[in-house]
Design a protein. Structure first.
Length: 345
């Protein structure tokens, strides 16, 4: 019921504001009571020079844009931001002497994403309202879309086949929160295998958002817009972990894998002796090579490495000092080799 009321209220406010435009009483003073006014700032003929709407549309009153066609092939861009997913309703019409002449088919209204990729264009819409027994038809271009949080650009222009230079347009932007019914993992992150000390990386992951919101379509968002819990890469308990995902007050999850080394993975298993190597690593008997991220399953085992592994497995304390000519002070296995020597090996 709340969604229905919000949409009906949006349409009513849009109609009233449009009528104010028609009858020439749309002064800033009148509109300021219900909207925030933003005037076009030239040059704004590209995304890089767009007029910036310095308000978060998720948290403000409706935004009223006022601009004009200044030249042939003129397209004005406005930059808007949403801090949370919103149902966005954009309504645009000619104002001034061209208002309500049914020429809105020559008024261009488009929306682009943060990278300048085209999302969609406005469609012609006719709203009827009865005042004093007289039915008034208001013509406009309209975009109604559910949008995830992010940056967007609104493009406004005219059909260059006709002379609209000097004509003004008026646009009102309304938002209502999207009601998230449920979420699910639409695409797993690129990285699902981790080793000890790694940070969670959800790049490439996407969530499917089920809105069930009065005719608005479901959509996907980058997984990075959600919050996460349950991941622990500082554990020596290797295997699967469940990462919990929260977005819009709803929960879902996906599975990642904590591995002892990058060349000994759980999913898919990259070595027949995965569990043996996992057990050796978890007990600290053998550690990774170099920066510790790789086991080196196909590498040859040196006498020094074998000695270190045997001493660690036996739980013995390393000795001090060195009597081997090829084991200088400071060499990494020195203390272990001294212990092996004292034991007669």
């Amino acid at each position: 019921m709340k969604s229905i009321v919000n949409q009906r209220s949006t349409k009513l406010i849009a109609t009233i504001l449009s009528l104010l435009l028609i009858f020439g009483v749309s002064s800033t003073a009148v509109l300021a009571r219900d909207t925030i006014t933003v005037y076009e700032k030239e040059p704004n003929d590209s995304i890089s020079t767009a007029t910036i709407v310095n308000y978060d549309l998720s948290q403000t009153k409706p935004i009223y844009l006022s601009g004009s066609i200044d030249k042939e092939y003129d397209i004005d861009f406005y930059k808007i931001t949403l801090s949370k997913p919103q149902n966005i309703d954009i309504r645009s019409a000619w104002s001034g002497s061209y208002a309500n002449r049914e020429w809105e088919d020559d008024l261009y209204l488009e929306i682009y994403d943060a990278n300048g990729e085209f999302i969609g264009a406005g469609v012609e819409n006719v709203t009827e309202i009865i005042i004093g027994g007289t039915t008034i038809r208001q013509y406009e271009k309209q975009i109604s879309w559910p949008l995830p949080a992010g940056t967007y650009y609104i493009g406004q222009g005219s059909n260059p086949e006709y002379d609209y230079i000097g004509q003004k347009y008026s646009t009102v932007i309304y938002t209502n929160p999207i009601s998230v019914h449920s979420i699910s993992v639409d695409k797993l992150p690129t990285k699902i295998n981790y080793i000890n000390g790694d940070k969670l990386d959800v790049d490439g992951g996407e969530l499917f958002i089920n809105t069930r919101d009065m005719g608005f379509a479901d959509f996907t968002v980058p997984m990075s817009e959600a919050t996460f819990s349950g991941f622990n890469s500082k554990s020596n308990t290797y295997g699967s972990q469940t990462v919990r995902v929260e977005y819009g007050g709803k929960m879902t999850s996906f599975t990642v894998y904590l591995n002892p080394f990058y060349d000994v993975l759980f999913a898919p298993k990259t070595h027949d002796f995965y569990y043996t190597i996992q057990n050796i690593a978890s007990k600290g008997i053998m550690r990774g090579k170099g920066d510790g991220k790789y086991f080196g399953t196909a590498d040859k085992l040196t006498r020094a490495e074998a000695s270190v592994a045997l001493v660690r497995a036996a739980g013995l304390e390393p000795a001090r000092g060195s009597t081997f000519s090829d084991v200088p002070l400071g060499h990494w296995p020195m203390h272990i080799l001294m212990l092996r020597q004292k034991q007669g090996y």
